[in-house]
Structure formats: structure tokens, C-alpha cells
Design a protein around this ligand. Structure first.
Ligand SMILES: CC(C)(COP(=O)(O)OP(=O)(O)OC[C@H]1O[C@@H](n2cnc3c(N)ncnc32)[C@H](O)[C@@H]1OP(=O)(O)O)[C@@H](O)C(=O)NCCC(=O)NCCS
Length: 204
């Protein structure tokens, strides 16, 4: 049954996050076609068809779960400025075989970099995982060399838990993956609770 307490969108200072839908796919494709955005993403470049093929089923399942009043197991969010300008996307993904384990991920348009959009988005994703998914662990990964992502994941309180040498292949080159993570109780849960309160996540 549809739960009217389930919100579709949350505002965090200067950005809004809303559940993504199929209409966002062209903007996702534009984002992922920027070589600077994709520089450290093992799954780019991605054609519009590939973006549709990957995100389409995820977004359909998300819509179905939400229509049933459920919290999506994989939640994909569109990030917008308050005037509706597309800034990027983020996701909270249930980790296979890790009970209450969630992975966070984010990609932002180049024009949005360097002004805290990523930090606020990361805080929102962690707060969402804790408040709505009852996360026990939160993790995130990036390729070695992706200084922006590694800095952000650590700023969120995730620790470097390990490396996977040669785990990813991008344009014929093997890359090491850095694995960051933390049990939720080791994070700054008071700060994340404030984010949940400010965005309205905690009242859902
Ligand atoms: C990673 C990304 C989301 C960061 O977003 P952002 O809005 O620029 O991040 P913020 O402005 O909140 O910065 C967060 C911290 O990282 C640091 N940082 C960001 N980009 C950096 C870079 N390229 N090099 C070094 N530090 C960087 C900032 O200085 C800040 O640290 P501080 O608060 O100690 O100063 C953004 O650069 C991006 O979308 N990159 C391309 C896609 C990608 O790699 N996504 C991650 C996939 S694993």
C-alpha cells in the first residue's frame, strides 16, 4: 500500500535530491559522457543506450517498490539545484551478502565540483541509508588516483579497509580499487542525524 509519509524529494541547503526516473536518463548520459567526470570511472564511456540499459531496469524497480510503499533496495537519486538545474546523481545500493550493508556512489557535473555539493550529497546518502534502510555498514569505492572521491569518502568518516590491485580494467589499463567503509556506529551519527532532521529524512 502506498505510504503517504514516503517523500519523493529532500532539500539539503542548496540542493534537492529526488528519486530518479526514466526521464532523467538523457541527463545521466550527458553527465557520464564528460571525459573529466569519467576519468576515474571504470564503467565509462557509456553510450546513451548503455545508460538506458543499466539504469532503466533499476529505475523501473525503484518506481515499483515505491508504489508498493517500500524503501527501494537500490535507491537512485537525481541531484538538482533549487532552480531545477541538473547537477548529477547519487545512489544507495544494498550490498549482496552483507546484511544491512549499503554502498554509496555519486557523480556530479563538472560545473558543480568544488563547492561542497559532493559532501552534502554524501551526507544525505549516509543519512538515507541509516534512517530509511537501517544500515549497519556503509561502504564506497573508487579507483586509486581518484583523489576527489577518496577525499570525500574519508570526509564522510569511511576508512580505507583494503585495496584490490588490478581489480578494474579501463581502456585496457588495470586499476587498483580502494575500498572504504565503516560500521555505522563508528560514524559521526549525531552529525548525520542533524542532516536527517534538516532534510526531513528522520520524520519519514
Ligand atoms: C568526487 C566528486 C563527487 C566530489 O564532489 P565535489 O562536490 O567536488 O566535492 P566537495 O566540494 O564536497 O569536496 C569534498 C572534499 O574533497 C576534496 N576534493 C574534491 N575534489 C578534489 C580533487 N579533485 N582533488 C583533491 N581534493 C578534492 C575537497 O577539497 C573537499 O575536501 P575539504 O572539505 O577537506 O576541502 C566529484 O568530483 C565528481 O563527481 N567526480 C567525478 C565522478 C566520480 O569520480 N565520482 C566518484 C565515483 S567513485
Amino acid at each position: 500500500m502506498y505510504d503517504s509519509r514516503m517523500s519523493d524529494a529532500w532539500t539539503h541547503e542548496t540542493e534537492r535530491y529526488r528519486y530518479a526516473n526514466r526521464e532523467d536518463i538523457p541527463a545521466f548520459a550527458e553527465l557520464l559522457s564528460d571525459p573529466e567526470v569519467g576519468r576515474w570511472l571504470w564503467f565509462t564511456p557509456m553510450s546513451l543506450d548503455a545508460v538506458r540499459e543499466y539504469f532503466g531496469p533499476l529505475l523501473d524497480r525503484q518506481a515499483k517498490e515505491r508504489a508498493a510503499g517500500e524503501t527501494p533496495r537500490t535507491a537512485v537519486f537525481t541531484v538538482e539545484a533549487l532552480n531545477g538545474e541538473f547537477l548529477g546523481h547519487g545512489a544507495v545500493v544494498g550490498v549482496e551478502a552483507s546484511p544491512n550493508g549499503y554502498e554509496i556512489g555519486f557523480q556530479l557535473m563538472r560545473k558543480a565540483w568544488g563547492r561542497g555539493v559532493g559532501t552534502r550529497l554524501g551526507q544525505f546518502l549516509c543519512a538515507y541509508a541509516i534512517e530509511l534502510c537501517d544500515a549497519y555498514r556503509i561502504e564506497g569505492g573508487c579507483l586509486e588516483g581518484n583523489t576527489g572521491s577518496a577525499t570525500l569518502l574519508q570526509k564522510l568518516g569511511l576508512q580505507l579497509e583494503g585495496t584490490r590491485p588490478g581489480y578494474r580494467l579501463k581502456a585496457g589499463v588495470r586499476h587498483t580499487e580502494l575500498c572504504f567503509g565503516s560500521e555505522v556506529h563508528r560514524l559521526d551519527t549525531a552529525a548525520l542525524r542533524r542532516v536527517a532532521d534538516a532534510t526531513g529524512l528522520s520524520s519519514q
